[in-house]
Design a protein. Structure first.
Length: 221
């Protein structure tokens, strides 16, 4: 599938931004996400290898909602460093189209300025704090992207992530959830819990091969 094939389905400004980045071909996971309704507001659980194009799926969902005036988008990263990286990446690509904020600081701060932004990049701990502070703009969120969603199974961070997903689904029943991961042990069960379509694919940009190094040589299986 080509980017041009979905030109009519995404805001023209978003299409222009992606075209400027040199994106012309859509990867298999991205094509499957489109066929499973990511541009129609459907929730998806995307389980594909690293570097297979998961982030662009999230971008399409978020920017479609923002540019069509439906509401805000939240991108939940597991680590502050990743949140910073994604914030810079999104601002470079879409900063001329919408305000993109980074909120990873004081977990006891309400950060009222976030109401002015269309896209908010944060961590699960910070979002948990914002929910406890009853941030009024939460009701405006229409897309929630959860990166590394398999951390729901993490004994330390999983409970917080589960709570914020549950709360946001209650506060915004029509919210579109995009879960991203390369390693989910029970994708069908998780997709059912999220009430999301499951997108799975094994394509990766570089072939993964397994071998044994011995005596100066590698023997591949």
């Amino acid at each position: 599938m080509q980017l041009a094939d979905i030109r009519a389905q995404i805001p023209k400004e978003v299409y222009a931004a992606l075209e400027k980045e040199g994106i012309t071909d859509l990867r298999p996971a991205q094509e499957k996400a489109i066929k499973n309704g990511v541009l129609d507001g459907k929730s998806l659980l995307v389980c594909t290898p690293t570097a297979s194009g998961k982030t662009l799926i999230a971008e399409l969902a978020a920017m479609r909602a923002i540019m069509n005036g439906e509401g805000k988008a939240i991108y939940i990263a597991p680590l502050k460093a990743l949140a910073n990286e994604k914030h810079k990446e999104f601002r470079r690509r879409y900063g001329h189209l919408t305000g993109i904020a980074l909120s990873v600081g004081d977990i006891d701060a309400a950060d009222p300025h976030l109401a002015e932004y269309g896209w908010i990049v944060t961590t699960s701990e910070k979002l948990d704090s914002l929910l406890r502070h009853h941030a009024p703009w939460i009701s405006e969120v229409r897309v929630m992207v959860v990166d590394e969603i398999h951390l729901l199974n993490d004994p330390k961070r999983g409970p917080t992530l589960e709570v914020i997903i549950t709360l946001l689904r209650e506060l915004v029943p029509a919210i579109q959830i995009i879960g991203l991961s390369a390693t989910i042990g029970n994708p069908k069960a998780l997709a059912a819990w999220l009430q999301a379509e499951l997108v799975e694919d094994s394509w990766r940009p570089v072939e993964l091969r397994q071998g044994v190094y011995y005596n100066g040589a590698i023997e591949f299986k």
